[in-house]
Design a protein around this ligand. Sequence first.
Ligand SMILES: [Zn+2]
Length: 339
Amino acid sequence: MYGAIMHAPRDIRYQERDEPQIIEPTDAIIRLSATCICGSDLWPYRGFDNVHDLAMGHEYVGVVEEVGSAVSTVKPGQFVIGSFFTSDNTCEICRDGYQSHCVKRVMMGTIGTQAERARVPLADGSLVATPEMPPTDLVPSLLAASDVLGTGWYGAVAAAAGPGKTVVVVGDGAVGLSAVLAAQQLGAERIIAMSRHEPRQQLALAFGATDIVTERGADGVAAIKRMTGGLGAHSVVEAVGTQESMMQAIRSARAGGHVGFVGVSHGVSISGTELFGAGIHLEGGPAPVRRFLPDLVDRIWRRAINPGQVFDLTLPLAEVAEGYRAMDERRAIKVLLQP
Ligand SMILES: [Zn+2]
C-alpha cells in the first residue's frame, strides 16, 4: 500500500509502505475513507521535532476490513472513527474519562494514518462505529471528530464553557475553530474568537463566535479585559501551544476562571509566581477524544453540527506533500486527504 513518509523537515513523500497486519488479537485493520493533516504535523514539518523517515498521520475514519480474535464490538464492514491515542476504555484512567492517558494507549502517530490502510490497536476500546455507512457529505465532519473537533471540545470542557460563561478562544486553527463550535454547543453566553485572518473569522462566526478580537499578546489581553469589565473571561481555550498563546490564555482568564490548553506545547515555560498569582484552574494536554466521540458522532449524524467546514482543501492522498505546503503557508486551514 501507499502512504506518507516524512523523510526530513519539509520532505514528505507518498511512497510504498508495508501492508498493515493484525499483530495483537485486539487489533483491527481499517481501509481509510479519509484522513487529514494536523496542525501538530507542522511541528516536525517545520523542523521543531527531530524526525526522519516517519510514517505520518493520526486522524482517521474508514471501514473495518479485518479484526483480531479478541475484538468483539467492531466488525468488518463497519464505518468507524478513532482518535490519535488508542485506549482500552476499561482501565481506571479511561473510566475517569482520560482515555488519551490510558495505561495501554498506543499513539496512532507512530503507525501513520496518512495511508491507504492502517492497523488500529485496542479496537474495541478505541473505535466508534456509525449507525450505518455514512452519506459522503458527512465524512469530513466524522473525520473532524477524530481529532480537531474532539480536541476543541475537550478544550472547551476543560475551560468549563457553559451557560452564562464568557469563553475566549486563543488560536484560529481547526482546533480553535472547533472549540468555538463546542462552546456554542455547550451553551456559552459569549464566545470571543482571537483571530486576525478574515476567512477564519468568518468560520468562527459561523460556528457561534459572538465577538472577534484581532489583537494578540498584551494588546489581546487588554482587549479581553476591556470586554469583561476588567475581570477577564470565565473560560479560555488555548489552541496553539506557543509561549505567547499560553500566556495570552492565562492572562485573559479571570481569577477563579478555567483555562483549557490543548495546543501541543512547544517551548512553553510558565512562571510559578505568575501561576500562583493568577488563581485559575488549568487543565489540558492531549485530549481524551474517545470520551466525547459517541456524543460527537451522534450530533454529526443528526446534522446538529457541521464541523467538517474546517476542511477548506481536499486533495488526493498522493498529493500529501502539497497538502503540507498549503497548511504550512496558511493557504489552507485544514487539508482532507482522499486515499
Ligand atoms: Zn485505559
